[in-house]
Design a protein around this ligand. Structure first.
Ligand code: GRF
Length: 186
């Protein structure tokens, strides 16, 4: 039986994309990478794994609805039924949300609802909390809101720097995201 087709949306270095691609028993085929940053590190990784990329520059479109229309078209052409966000730094609008209702999942490096938005790791570090973590959640129209699927705590140690904390959080992300993807799809 053929697997569910999924797209990953990412605009950064792509370490989560890589972790997903390296998962042996992944329950989906990643058939498309969507990226809003020409030159992002994740694009090289997509090439390496033979995953086609759709790269766009939001500023070349009149509106979010315009570029999301094109994204949805690309997703549909590729037969994508699930979307996994992994460092896609844009808020989804109604065009994308309605086309893939209940099928768009995000990973965020904090225990939501704490520290939503950008630099969640830095926010937690500066807030001097003892514990932060990772959340996988369905998205909605808000910033890192939407029903939570799974969370895993990460202790902030006395000797931590922001860099060492980020390393430990990313390690958790790389294990948690593929596991949750498989749970959702199986
Ligand atoms: C991850 O920390 C993820 O939680 C957040 O963006 C970051 C992407 O990192 N949404 P990478 O490009 O996968 O290394």
């Amino acid at each position: 039986m053929s697997k569910v087709k999924a797209a990953v949306f990412a605009s950064g270095s792509g370490s989560n994309f890589q972790a997903i691609m390296e998962t042996n028993d992944l329950a989906c085929d990643v058939v498309l990478l969507v990226c809003d940053k020409p030159g992002a590190g994740v694009l090289e990784k997509a090439k390496k794994y033979g995953v086609p990329s759709f790269v766009f520059e939001p500023k070349q479109f009149a509106s979010k609805a315009e570029y999301e229309k094109l994204i949805v078209q690309k997703l549909q052409e590729s037969g994508v039924t699930w979307v996994f966000l992994a460092g896609y730094m844009r808020i989804a609008g109604p065009t994308l949300l309605e086309a893939y209702e209940g099928k768009i999942v995000n990973i965020h490096p904090s225990l939501l609802p704490d520290f939503p938005g950008i630099d969640a790791i830095g926010q937690a570090f500066k807030a001097n909390v003892d514990v932060t973590g990772v959340t996988v959640h369905f998205i909605d129209a808000g910033i890192d809101t939407g029903p939570i699927i799974a969370q895993e705590p990460v202790d902030i140690l006395k000797e931590d720097t922001e860099t060492s904390l980020k390393e430990r959080i990313q390690k958790v992300e790389h294990e948690l995201y593929p596991r949750v993807i498989n749970q959702l799809l199986q």
